[in-house]
Every structure is written in C-alpha cells, then in structure tokens.
Design a protein around this ligand. Structure first.
Ligand code: C5P
Length: 393
C-alpha cells in the first residue's frame, strides 16, 4: 500500500503526522507533500522522520524534480490522500488549478484520490464548498464527511477532521477492492510439466519451466485470492501466500486438482504430458544386446481441464493455456470449444518461450481475441489476473 499524502494548511494538519504513523503501522509506505499553508502547522522534518521518505514542498525544487519528477510522483502511489483538505485546496482541485506542487500532482495523477475535509463549519456549509465537494465527488474523488463537534475556532458543527483511526479505516476500505480485487476468491492453478515414469530411472517430460504458472499464482495471491498451486516437478520458489501441492504425474495432478475443489477460478497452465507409459516397468529396462528395443506402449492421460469443464464442480471461470508452434490463434480457438473452457490463453512457443523470461499471449474468448504485447512473464500474469478480477466485478 503506497500512499501519497497531501497535507493542506489547516490546524488539523498536525493530525496528518498521526495518520502517517498509522499507515506505516499497517505496513504501508507514505510520501508526504506539504502545501505552503500546511508547512505552517507541521514541519517537513516531522513528516520525513515519521514517513522515512523525503517530503516534497515545491514544484521548483530542482533536486527533487530531477530525482522524482512531479508526474511520476503523482502516479507512483496506489492512492492519493488529501488530509486535511481545506476549503481552499478543494476549491482549487475542483477548478482544475495547478498553481503549486499539491494541485499539480492532483491534476496529473491517474490514481484514486480521497479527500478528508477539515474547516470551519460555516466554510463547510458555504454554497461554494458544497458545490466544490459535489464536483469532486461527481469526478470520482472520495470526499469523507467531516466530524461534528467543537472546533478549534470555538464554533460547533460539522467540519472537524475525522479521527486518524477513521481515516485509516476509510483508506483500507477504499484500497482493498482496488489492490486486492480477488479477496475471498479461490484460484486454482496448475503449473510446470509432468513426469511420466517409464521405469524407475526414466520418464517422459517436456520443456515447461513452470514460470508462467508460478507468476500467475503470485499475481493472484497479490490480488488477494486464496491460491492453490498444483505444481509439477520444477525447482521454483513458492510465491508468498500460495498453497503449493507438488506432484509428479498427470494422474497425481488430476487428483490434487479434484481434492482442491471447489474454486472460483481455475487456470490450467501445466504442460500436462498427453501420454504415459501403459505399463511403467518396476525395474530398469535393460538393453538386451539384440540392437532392438522393446516397444514402449503409451496410453492417454486424463485431460484435467476438460474434466473440470464437464465435472459437477465447474469453476465459474475456467481458463486453459495453449502452447502452439503454428496457427496459434486458430488452434487455440478449436481448443476453447473442445475443452469447454471460458478462455484459452494461447502462447507461441516456437521461440524461446518455454523456460524463457518473456511471453507473448493472446486471450481467446467466445466473443473475440485480445493480443497482449510481449512482456515479462510476471507482467503477463498481472495483466491476466487483472482481467480475471474484471470478470468477477
Ligand atoms: O491439449 P493440450 O495439451 O494442448 O491443452 C492444453 C491445455 O489443457 C492447458 O491448459 C493444459 O494445462 C490443459 N491440459 C490438462 N490436462 C491434460 C492436457 C492438457 O489440463 N491432460
């Protein structure tokens, strides 16, 4: 959780220091932007010490601007919180002004903005402020309602800054659906190859590294999902927060998938071996000196994806992968129908995709194809998980 905290010039600014402490306590990071007015009530040194980050005060600071341009500053956070949001600051926000660092950031940001007003009761109730708040809310800014009570100026009514605990709760409530949109969902992922024994020392395998499936598990966990990762034999670290079940063969993978049901989303990334030895030898097969090899009988493995699609506990969203070396989209379209999946993610594995760091994928749905640019597998995973989250909204 990364918060950009804009501190306006009001007596309540001192409470922003407490808010910084609370955000840090919740594991978040805070970068403070202090308006000229705010600096009369709380010092940059206090905020820098509490946030352990540089405090930004002006547009015209060459050193800060070189290290972190104001556009980047406005977009690095997950949420911009304006606290206290004074009548003047909200008026400038509503008017789209950019006459200091705070308002410039607020105009340049593409992140959600939350404003926590604090002002005299008459200022809060003034038609101009009422209109500005309505404008900001209509534009998607979350404007908290101020508390009611005795004010620093001696008057009584709405206008007090809500308590830092309440602001923290609003921040969490605001951020959780955005940052962790899959909270409460169970995502089941298969990854890696399978190894199908021929005898105790030999097996049928493929070149799958498991990296794309593991990256998807990591992205789903980051998005708040409960993740079960059924992994074939790969030597990759388990992503944080992911429950991993290691298997060797397709049949073990199928059993682990069935045991992990029910789930909301299943993403079958594993390169499951299509065949296994009909009769794996219990002892090592030997050369007999004749120059001939005893034939190896193969039989087909269960299709885990198709099984899920036609089973009784079909996930609401069922996604398969298609590793193709030619006619990538046509083959993937055929697979969508054949397997009964909702989406097939096709990747062209004719180059160095298997085991490589990057991937180029096409998402095939009944209603069309969406091609993503070539990206690192972690980026591909985040993009797919964002689309999964959208499908559940
Ligand atoms: O048929 P093909 O192997 O090309 O299909 C690929 C998709 O089907 C992948 O999502 C893969 O995980 C899944 N699959 C499966 N069980 C199999 C074979 C493939 O779940 N036995």
């Amino acid at each position: 959780m990364k918060i950009l905290l804009v501190i306006g010039g009001g007596i309540a600014a001192y409470k922003a220091a407490e808010l910084v402490r609370l955000i840090r306590r919740e594991g978040g990071s805070v970068t403070c932007v202090l308006t000229e007015g705010g600096a009369h009530f709380v010092t940059p040194l206090t905020l820098a010490a509490l946030s352990e980050n540089p405090v930004h005060t002006t547009l015209w600071d060459l050193k800060n601007e070189v290290e972190m341009g104001h556009i980047r500053l406005s977009r690095e956070a997950d949420l911009v919180v304006v606290c206290p949001a004074t009548a003047d600051l909200m008026a400038r926000m509503a008017a789209g002004m950019a006459n200091d660092l705070a308002t410039t950031l607020l105009l340049a940001t593409d992140k959600p903005v939350m404003a926590v007003p604090a002002m005299n009761v008459r200022m809060w109730q003034h038609a101009a402020t009422v209109a500005n708040v309505a404008t900001l809310r209509a534009r998607g800014v979350t404007v908290m309602d101020p508390d009611e009570g005795a004010m620093a100026c001696g008057e009584f009514g709405p206008g007090r800054l809500p308590e830092p605990d309440a602001i923290m709760a609003a921040i969490t409530q605001h951020l959780v659906p955005r940052l962790r949109p899959l909270t409460g969902r169970h995502v089941l992922i298969t990854a890696g190859p399978t190894h199908e024994p021929i005898d105790p020392v030999r097996y049928i395998a493929n070149r799958s590294s498991g990296r794309q499936g593991f990256a998807l598990a990591a992205a789903a966990a980051e998005a708040g999902a409960t993740v079960t990762l059924v992994a074939g034999p790969v030597s990759l670290p388990t992503p944080p927060g992911v429950q991993r079940i290691d298997v060797q063969t397709a049949r073990e993978m199928a059993a682990a998938v069935t045991a992990a049901l029910p789930c909301d989303v299943a993403i079958m990334v594993a390169a499951v071996a299509d065949w296994r030895a009909a009769d794996a030898a219990t002892q090592k097969r030997k050369k007999d000196g004749s120059g001939h090899i005893a034939p190896l009988d193969l039989i087909e493995n269960p299709d885990i994806l198709a099984g899920l699609s036609h089973g009784t506990a079909r996930p609401r969203l069922l996604i398969g992968f298609a590793a193709e070396t030619e006619q990538v989209i046509d083959h993937a379209r055929a697979k969508l129908a054949r397997k009964g999946a909702d989406w097939i993610i096709a990747n062209d594995v004719s180059g160095d995709v298997m085991g490589g760091a990057d991937n180029t994928v096409h998402i095939i749905r009944a209603d069309g194809v969406e091609s993503l640019p070539r990206m690192a597998k972690a980026e591909v995973a985040r993009a797919i998980i964002a689309k999964v989250a959208d499908a559940f909204c």
